[in-house]
Ligand binder design. Structure first.
Ligand code: NAD
Length: 251
């Protein structure tokens, strides 16, 4: 349990990738602060399971980010995972969706990092893991805000890594391709209906079209990568953007 005594905040950790990362860090002994929305009873159950604190702050606002960091206190491991998506042609992209995606997928990481770094620097150890995406390295049509925010998150992470290079604090991105989360699973029935395709065709020809392994990334695999980045042996891994995308961005 090499993370015993370490306190980890994972944003957007009431479901999907964030929850898997929180579980993986908890399994190594870290004390967990959960964040995100959901049913009260389900969140209470997660807090029980992980012996975690939950702070339900909305990270699309600066006030929400500050409230989260105030409630969380000093953090040794910060995982910026909360994110959202909207798909529309650029000329029809709802301005409020653009603003919300930028706020959650990019600006929230600035606010949590700026608040977390002083304690990490002072103690000479810290880990910042930003969940970006294959879309931090490559684009797809109709995802202008998401792609811009995730490319921005990559640049932000590299900058922070350079600033902290001598401090014992690392900052890296992990960049999944299509990951099997409730969000993705729930899209399948609608896509089958909209395109008149079978479940198998939706998975192979729509969701996994760009993923050479033809296999969804499992959230637990992303959790395992985050755990590796927290190891002392990963102390020289900083400013990196780790693809975990079944070969998508190798093409
Ligand atoms: P998800 O929808 O299952 O989980 C999102 C989490 O963020 C939930 O806990 C939700 O409550 C929380 N959240 C949403 N809005 C919030 C807000 N305003 N403030 C605080 N928390 C908020 O999504 P996921 O698929 O697990 O995605 C997690 C991250 O992984 C995102 O950054 C996403 O861009 C990235 N990602 C996902 C995939 C994928 O295929 N699922 C691929 C690449 C990258």
């Amino acid at each position: 349990m090499f993370l015993s005594g370490k306190r980890a905040l994972v944003t957007g950790s009431t479901s999907g990738i964030g929850l898997a990362v929180a579980r993986a860090l908890s399994a190594e002994g870290a004390e967990i602060v959960l964040n995100g929305f959901g049913e009260e009873a389900e969140i209470a159950q997660l807090c029980d399971e992980l012996r975690a604190q939950h702070v339900g702050a909305d990270l699309t606002t600066r006030e929400g980010c500050d409230a989260l960091m105030d409630a969380a206190g000093p953090i040794d491991i910060l995982v910026n995972n909360a994110g959202m998506q909207h798909v529309a042609p650029v000329e029809a992209f709802p301005v409020e969706k653009w603003d919300a995606i930028m706020a959650l997928n990019l600006t929230a990481a600035f606010h949590t990092v700026r608040r977390a770094v002083p304690h990490m620097k002072e103690q000479g150890w810290g880990r910042i893991v930003n969940v970006a995406s294959a879309h931090s390295k490559t684009a797809s049509p109709f995802k202008s805000a998401y792609v811009a925010a995730k490319h921005g998150l990559d640049g932000f992470t590299k900058t922070v890594a350079l600033e902290l290079a001598k401090s014992g604090v690392t900052a890296n991105c992990v960049s999944p391709g299509y990951a099997w989360t409730p969000l993705v699973e729930n899209q399948i029935p609608d896509t089958m209906k909209a395109r008149g395709l079978s479940r198998e065709d939706v998975i192979d020809d729509v969701l996994l079209a760009k993923q050479p392994t033809k296999r969804f990334v499992q959230p637990a695999e992303i959790g395992a990568l985050a755990v590796f980045l927290c190891r002392d042996e990963a102390g020289n891994v900083t400013g990196a953007n780790w693809s975990i995308d079944g070969g998508w961005t190798a093409e």
